[in-house]
Ligand binder design. Structure first.
Ligand code: ZN
Length: 350
Protein backbone atom coordinates (compact mmCIF):
# COMPACT_ATOMS: atom_id res chain seq x y z
CA UNK A 1 0.00 0.00 0.00
CA UNK A 2 1.17 3.52 -0.76
CA UNK A 3 2.61 5.53 2.12
CA UNK A 4 0.68 8.68 2.96
CA UNK A 5 3.47 11.18 2.13
CA UNK A 6 3.91 9.53 -1.31
CA UNK A 7 0.18 9.80 -1.89
CA UNK A 8 0.08 13.41 -0.73
CA UNK A 9 3.01 14.38 -2.96
CA UNK A 10 1.24 12.78 -5.91
CA UNK A 11 -2.01 14.58 -4.97
CA UNK A 12 -0.20 17.94 -4.99
CA UNK A 13 1.52 17.22 -8.32
CA UNK A 14 -1.82 16.17 -9.86
CA UNK A 15 -3.54 19.30 -8.52
CA UNK A 16 -0.84 21.55 -9.97
CA UNK A 17 -1.17 19.79 -13.31
CA UNK A 18 -4.94 20.31 -13.36
CA UNK A 19 -5.24 23.78 -11.83
CA UNK A 20 -1.74 25.20 -11.29
CA UNK A 21 0.10 27.35 -10.66
CA UNK A 22 -1.08 27.71 -7.05
CA UNK A 23 0.29 29.05 -3.77
CA UNK A 24 1.00 26.82 -0.75
CA UNK A 25 -2.11 28.25 0.89
CA UNK A 26 -4.28 27.37 -2.12
CA UNK A 27 -2.82 23.82 -2.20
CA UNK A 28 -3.64 23.43 1.51
CA UNK A 29 -7.19 24.74 0.94
CA UNK A 30 -7.85 22.50 -2.06
CA UNK A 31 -6.32 19.27 -0.73
CA UNK A 32 -7.12 19.54 2.97
CA UNK A 33 -3.50 18.59 3.78
CA UNK A 34 -2.35 20.52 6.90
CA UNK A 35 -0.50 23.73 6.05
CA UNK A 36 2.73 22.67 7.80
CA UNK A 37 2.65 19.29 6.04
CA UNK A 38 1.92 21.05 2.73
CA UNK A 39 5.05 23.16 3.17
CA UNK A 40 7.18 20.07 3.88
CA UNK A 41 5.78 18.19 0.90
CA UNK A 42 6.24 21.19 -1.40
CA UNK A 43 9.87 21.46 -0.25
CA UNK A 44 10.42 17.77 -1.13
CA UNK A 45 8.70 18.14 -4.50
CA UNK A 46 10.84 21.18 -5.31
CA UNK A 47 14.00 19.30 -4.27
CA UNK A 48 13.05 16.37 -6.53
CA UNK A 49 12.35 18.73 -9.42
CA UNK A 50 8.75 17.54 -9.79
CA UNK A 51 7.41 21.05 -9.30
CA UNK A 52 8.88 24.52 -9.84
CA UNK A 53 8.42 28.03 -8.54
CA UNK A 54 6.29 29.64 -11.20
CA UNK A 55 6.36 33.25 -9.97
CA UNK A 56 4.82 35.26 -7.17
CA UNK A 57 1.36 36.50 -6.38
CA UNK A 58 0.70 39.77 -4.60
CA UNK A 59 -0.15 39.01 -0.96
CA UNK A 60 -1.59 41.12 1.89
CA UNK A 61 0.48 44.13 3.02
CA UNK A 62 2.79 43.80 0.05
CA UNK A 63 4.08 40.35 1.12
CA UNK A 64 4.49 38.27 -1.99
CA UNK A 65 3.63 34.55 -1.98
CA UNK A 66 5.45 32.10 -4.23
CA UNK A 67 3.20 30.20 -6.61
CA UNK A 68 4.06 26.67 -7.62
CA UNK A 69 3.62 24.86 -10.90
CA UNK A 70 4.22 21.38 -12.25
CA UNK A 71 7.63 20.85 -13.86
CA UNK A 72 6.42 19.50 -17.18
CA UNK A 73 9.93 18.41 -18.13
CA UNK A 74 10.39 16.19 -15.07
CA UNK A 75 9.30 13.08 -16.98
CA UNK A 76 8.70 12.16 -20.60
CA UNK A 77 6.45 9.87 -22.64
CA UNK A 78 7.49 7.84 -25.67
CA UNK A 79 4.79 7.03 -28.19
CA UNK A 80 4.61 5.39 -31.60
CA UNK A 81 1.81 5.69 -34.14
CA UNK A 82 1.68 3.77 -37.38
CA UNK A 83 -0.46 2.65 -40.28
CA UNK A 84 0.17 1.00 -43.64
CA UNK A 85 2.00 4.12 -44.90
CA UNK A 86 4.23 5.48 -42.13
CA UNK A 87 5.55 4.91 -38.63
CA UNK A 88 6.02 7.96 -36.40
CA UNK A 89 7.83 7.80 -33.07
CA UNK A 90 7.77 10.72 -30.69
CA UNK A 91 8.86 11.97 -27.30
CA UNK A 92 6.73 14.39 -25.28
CA UNK A 93 7.02 16.09 -21.92
CA UNK A 94 4.16 16.03 -19.37
CA UNK A 95 2.27 18.97 -20.95
CA UNK A 96 2.19 17.08 -23.37
CA UNK A 97 4.28 18.88 -25.98
CA UNK A 98 6.21 17.07 -28.71
CA UNK A 99 9.97 17.25 -28.18
CA UNK A 100 11.15 14.81 -30.86
CA UNK A 101 9.36 13.22 -33.79
CA UNK A 102 10.78 10.66 -36.25
CA UNK A 103 8.86 9.37 -39.27
CA UNK A 104 9.70 6.69 -41.80
CA UNK A 105 7.76 4.61 -44.34
CA UNK A 106 6.14 1.48 -42.89
CA UNK A 107 7.93 -1.81 -43.65
CA UNK A 108 5.04 -3.75 -45.09
CA UNK A 109 6.94 -6.16 -47.34
CA UNK A 110 8.64 -8.29 -44.67
CA UNK A 111 5.38 -9.25 -42.94
CA UNK A 112 4.92 -9.24 -39.21
CA UNK A 113 8.56 -9.81 -38.12
CA UNK A 114 9.83 -6.86 -40.16
CA UNK A 115 7.16 -4.49 -38.84
CA UNK A 116 7.78 -5.64 -35.26
CA UNK A 117 11.51 -5.01 -35.74
CA UNK A 118 10.78 -1.54 -37.08
CA UNK A 119 8.48 -0.67 -34.15
CA UNK A 120 11.07 -1.86 -31.64
CA UNK A 121 13.89 0.01 -33.36
CA UNK A 122 11.93 3.28 -33.44
CA UNK A 123 10.83 2.85 -29.83
CA UNK A 124 14.49 2.44 -28.89
CA UNK A 125 15.41 5.53 -30.91
CA UNK A 126 12.73 7.63 -29.15
CA UNK A 127 13.78 6.31 -25.72
CA UNK A 128 17.37 7.30 -26.51
CA UNK A 129 16.24 10.79 -27.52
CA UNK A 130 14.22 11.35 -24.32
CA UNK A 131 16.04 13.69 -21.95
CA UNK A 132 13.80 12.94 -18.93
CA UNK A 133 12.97 9.44 -17.63
CA UNK A 134 9.94 8.04 -19.51
CA UNK A 135 6.81 7.11 -17.53
CA UNK A 136 5.55 4.79 -20.23
CA UNK A 137 5.36 3.80 -23.87
CA UNK A 138 2.27 4.24 -26.00
CA UNK A 139 1.45 2.45 -29.26
CA UNK A 140 -1.28 3.73 -31.56
CA UNK A 141 -2.12 0.84 -33.87
CA UNK A 142 -4.18 1.15 -37.07
CA UNK A 143 -5.96 -2.18 -36.50
CA UNK A 144 -8.75 -3.36 -34.28
CA UNK A 145 -7.25 -3.20 -30.83
CA UNK A 146 -8.23 -4.80 -27.52
CA UNK A 147 -6.71 -2.13 -25.26
CA UNK A 148 -7.55 -3.93 -22.03
CA UNK A 149 -5.60 -7.04 -23.04
CA UNK A 150 -2.99 -5.10 -25.00
CA UNK A 151 -3.51 -7.11 -28.19
CA UNK A 152 -4.03 -6.07 -31.80
CA UNK A 153 -6.76 -8.38 -33.08
CA UNK A 154 -6.78 -7.62 -36.79
CA UNK A 155 -6.11 -4.92 -39.36
CA UNK A 156 -7.92 -4.46 -42.67
CA UNK A 157 -4.98 -2.55 -44.16
CA UNK A 158 -2.11 -4.76 -42.87
CA UNK A 159 -3.32 -8.35 -43.51
CA UNK A 160 -0.38 -9.99 -41.67
CA UNK A 161 -1.08 -7.96 -38.51
CA UNK A 162 -3.29 -10.31 -36.45
CA UNK A 163 -3.34 -11.31 -32.77
CA UNK A 164 -0.17 -9.39 -31.95
CA UNK A 165 0.43 -9.19 -28.18
CA UNK A 166 2.12 -5.83 -28.65
CA UNK A 167 1.90 -4.69 -25.03
CA UNK A 168 3.64 -7.80 -23.72
CA UNK A 169 6.31 -7.78 -26.44
CA UNK A 170 7.27 -4.15 -25.82
CA UNK A 171 6.95 -4.06 -22.04
CA UNK A 172 9.17 -7.15 -21.78
CA UNK A 173 11.78 -5.60 -24.05
CA UNK A 174 11.84 -2.09 -22.57
CA UNK A 175 10.77 -2.66 -18.94
CA UNK A 176 8.18 0.12 -19.00
CA UNK A 177 4.37 0.13 -18.85
CA UNK A 178 2.93 -0.01 -22.37
CA UNK A 179 -0.44 1.40 -23.44
CA UNK A 180 -1.88 -0.04 -26.64
CA UNK A 181 -4.60 2.01 -28.24
CA UNK A 182 -6.26 2.31 -31.63
CA UNK A 183 -4.67 5.08 -33.65
CA UNK A 184 -8.06 6.62 -34.37
CA UNK A 185 -8.93 6.84 -30.69
CA UNK A 186 -5.50 8.28 -29.86
CA UNK A 187 -6.03 10.99 -32.48
CA UNK A 188 -9.56 11.61 -31.19
CA UNK A 189 -8.06 12.35 -27.76
CA UNK A 190 -5.58 14.85 -29.23
CA UNK A 191 -8.25 16.56 -31.33
CA UNK A 192 -11.11 16.58 -28.84
CA UNK A 193 -12.90 19.83 -28.30
CA UNK A 194 -13.20 20.90 -24.65
CA UNK A 195 -16.34 22.85 -25.53
CA UNK A 196 -18.22 19.73 -26.72
CA UNK A 197 -19.16 16.78 -24.50
CA UNK A 198 -19.78 14.64 -27.56
CA UNK A 199 -17.40 14.77 -30.49
CA UNK A 200 -16.29 12.46 -33.28
CA UNK A 201 -12.90 12.28 -34.98
CA UNK A 202 -12.77 10.72 -38.45
CA UNK A 203 -9.54 9.05 -39.58
CA UNK A 204 -9.21 8.74 -43.35
CA UNK A 205 -6.84 6.59 -45.40
CA UNK A 206 -7.02 3.09 -46.88
CA UNK A 207 -9.09 2.44 -43.76
CA UNK A 208 -11.68 4.76 -42.26
CA UNK A 209 -12.28 4.93 -38.52
CA UNK A 210 -14.14 7.01 -35.96
CA UNK A 211 -12.95 7.95 -32.49
CA UNK A 212 -16.07 8.76 -30.51
CA UNK A 213 -16.29 10.85 -27.35
CA UNK A 214 -19.75 10.31 -25.94
CA UNK A 215 -20.79 12.47 -22.98
CA UNK A 216 -17.13 13.12 -22.18
CA UNK A 217 -15.89 9.52 -22.40
CA UNK A 218 -14.08 7.69 -25.14
CA UNK A 219 -16.24 4.87 -26.51
CA UNK A 220 -14.70 1.36 -26.62
CA UNK A 221 -17.55 -1.15 -26.71
CA UNK A 222 -17.40 -4.66 -25.27
CA UNK A 223 -14.23 -5.77 -27.10
CA UNK A 224 -12.84 -2.44 -28.25
CA UNK A 225 -14.41 -2.68 -31.70
CA UNK A 226 -16.62 0.40 -31.34
CA UNK A 227 -15.95 3.11 -33.92
CA UNK A 228 -15.26 0.81 -36.90
CA UNK A 229 -16.91 3.45 -39.05
CA UNK A 230 -15.17 2.23 -42.21
CA UNK A 231 -17.19 -0.99 -42.06
CA UNK A 232 -20.56 0.73 -41.90
CA UNK A 233 -22.53 -0.68 -44.84
CA UNK A 234 -23.48 2.14 -47.21
CA UNK A 235 -24.07 0.11 -50.38
CA UNK A 236 -25.38 -3.43 -49.77
CA UNK A 237 -24.39 -4.69 -53.24
CA UNK A 238 -21.26 -2.57 -53.45
CA UNK A 239 -17.61 -3.61 -53.83
CA UNK A 240 -16.07 -6.28 -51.62
CA UNK A 241 -14.29 -4.92 -48.55
CA UNK A 242 -11.06 -6.30 -47.01
CA UNK A 243 -13.21 -7.43 -44.05
CA UNK A 244 -15.15 -9.79 -46.34
CA UNK A 245 -18.43 -7.87 -46.40
CA UNK A 246 -19.79 -5.84 -49.30
CA UNK A 247 -20.30 -2.10 -49.63
CA UNK A 248 -18.45 -0.98 -46.51
CA UNK A 249 -17.76 2.77 -46.42
CA UNK A 250 -13.99 2.23 -46.73
CA UNK A 251 -14.41 -0.08 -49.75
CA UNK A 252 -16.63 2.51 -51.44
CA UNK A 253 -14.90 5.75 -50.40
CA UNK A 254 -11.52 4.93 -48.79
CA UNK A 255 -8.18 5.89 -50.34
CA UNK A 256 -8.00 2.64 -52.35
CA UNK A 257 -11.42 3.24 -53.94
CA UNK A 258 -9.69 5.99 -55.90
CA UNK A 259 -12.69 8.32 -56.32
CA UNK A 260 -12.85 12.13 -56.52
CA UNK A 261 -13.22 14.50 -53.57
CA UNK A 262 -16.85 15.25 -54.35
CA UNK A 263 -17.81 11.58 -54.17
CA UNK A 264 -15.76 11.03 -51.00
CA UNK A 265 -17.65 13.95 -49.38
CA UNK A 266 -21.01 12.50 -50.42
CA UNK A 267 -20.24 9.01 -49.02
CA UNK A 268 -18.62 10.32 -45.84
CA UNK A 269 -21.57 12.67 -45.36
CA UNK A 270 -23.99 9.77 -45.68
CA UNK A 271 -22.07 7.72 -43.13
CA UNK A 272 -21.69 10.70 -40.81
CA UNK A 273 -25.43 11.44 -40.99
CA UNK A 274 -25.97 8.04 -39.37
CA UNK A 275 -23.42 8.85 -36.65
CA UNK A 276 -25.09 12.23 -36.10
CA UNK A 277 -28.43 10.54 -35.57
CA UNK A 278 -26.91 7.99 -33.19
CA UNK A 279 -24.63 10.21 -31.10
CA UNK A 280 -25.71 13.84 -31.57
CA UNK A 281 -22.13 15.22 -31.61
CA UNK A 282 -21.32 18.90 -31.12
CA UNK A 283 -18.21 18.63 -33.29
CA UNK A 284 -16.99 16.34 -36.07
CA UNK A 285 -13.26 16.57 -36.78
CA UNK A 286 -12.13 15.40 -40.22
CA UNK A 287 -8.65 13.92 -40.82
CA UNK A 288 -6.08 16.61 -41.70
CA UNK A 289 -5.08 14.65 -44.82
CA UNK A 290 -8.38 15.74 -46.41
CA UNK A 291 -7.78 19.43 -45.59
CA UNK A 292 -6.31 19.95 -49.08
CA UNK A 293 -9.92 19.87 -50.35
CA UNK A 294 -10.71 23.04 -48.40
CA UNK A 295 -13.99 24.45 -47.15
CA UNK A 296 -15.96 23.22 -50.20
CA UNK A 297 -15.39 19.63 -49.11
CA UNK A 298 -16.65 20.37 -45.57
CA UNK A 299 -19.70 22.14 -47.02
CA UNK A 300 -20.48 19.08 -49.14
CA UNK A 301 -20.28 16.86 -46.06
CA UNK A 302 -22.55 19.27 -44.16
CA UNK A 303 -25.04 19.25 -47.01
CA UNK A 304 -25.14 15.43 -47.00
CA UNK A 305 -25.63 15.40 -43.22
CA UNK A 306 -28.46 17.93 -43.46
CA UNK A 307 -30.09 15.84 -46.15
CA UNK A 308 -29.91 12.52 -44.28
CA UNK A 309 -29.91 13.31 -40.54
CA UNK A 310 -32.62 14.59 -38.22
CA UNK A 311 -32.73 18.37 -38.13
CA UNK A 312 -32.47 18.50 -34.31
CA UNK A 313 -29.13 16.67 -34.37
CA UNK A 314 -27.78 17.99 -37.68
CA UNK A 315 -28.25 21.65 -36.74
CA UNK A 316 -26.03 21.23 -33.65
CA UNK A 317 -22.92 19.90 -35.33
CA UNK A 318 -19.82 21.87 -36.31
CA UNK A 319 -17.53 20.26 -38.86
CA UNK A 320 -13.85 21.14 -39.04
CA UNK A 321 -10.52 19.70 -40.09
CA UNK A 322 -8.05 18.29 -37.58
CA UNK A 323 -5.61 20.95 -36.39
CA UNK A 324 -2.62 18.75 -35.55
CA UNK A 325 -0.86 17.85 -38.78
CA UNK A 326 1.97 15.70 -37.37
CA UNK A 327 2.07 13.42 -34.36
CA UNK A 328 -1.61 13.65 -33.36
CA UNK A 329 -1.59 9.98 -32.35
CA UNK A 330 1.60 10.50 -30.33
CA UNK A 331 0.06 13.48 -28.52
CA UNK A 332 -3.21 11.66 -27.83
CA UNK A 333 -1.39 8.66 -26.38
CA UNK A 334 0.80 10.91 -24.26
CA UNK A 335 -2.32 12.64 -22.97
CA UNK A 336 -3.85 9.29 -21.96
CA UNK A 337 -0.65 7.98 -20.35
CA UNK A 338 -0.09 11.23 -18.42
CA UNK A 339 -3.71 11.26 -17.24
CA UNK A 340 -3.30 7.70 -15.96
CA UNK A 341 0.04 8.55 -14.32
CA UNK A 342 -1.45 11.43 -12.32
CA UNK A 343 -4.48 9.34 -11.42
CA UNK A 344 -2.45 6.64 -9.72
CA UNK A 345 -1.98 7.13 -5.98
CA UNK A 346 1.83 7.19 -6.10
CA UNK A 347 4.45 8.15 -8.59
CA UNK A 348 5.63 5.36 -10.83
CA UNK A 349 9.42 5.26 -10.60
CA UNK A 350 11.03 4.32 -13.90
ZN1 ZN B 1 -15.54 -3.82 -44.29
Amino acid sequence: MALKPDRDRQTIAALLRADGPLSRGAIHARTGIRLSATSDLVRQLLADGRITEAGTEPGDRGRKGVILGLNENYRSVVAIEFDDESVTAGVTNLAPEIQHLFTEPTKTSGGRPALLRQLRRLTRRALDAATAPPIGIGIADPGLVDSRRGITLTSSTLPFWRDVALREILSREFGLPVTLESRTRAKAVAERDPAATTSIYIDYGAGIGAGIYLDGRLVYGETGAAGEFGHMCVQPNGPRCACGARGCLEAVAGLRANIGARKIAAWLGLGLANLVNLFNPGVIVIDARLACHGQTFLNQISAAIERHALREAASQVRIRYARITAGAGVLGLADMIIGEYFNTPTEFTP
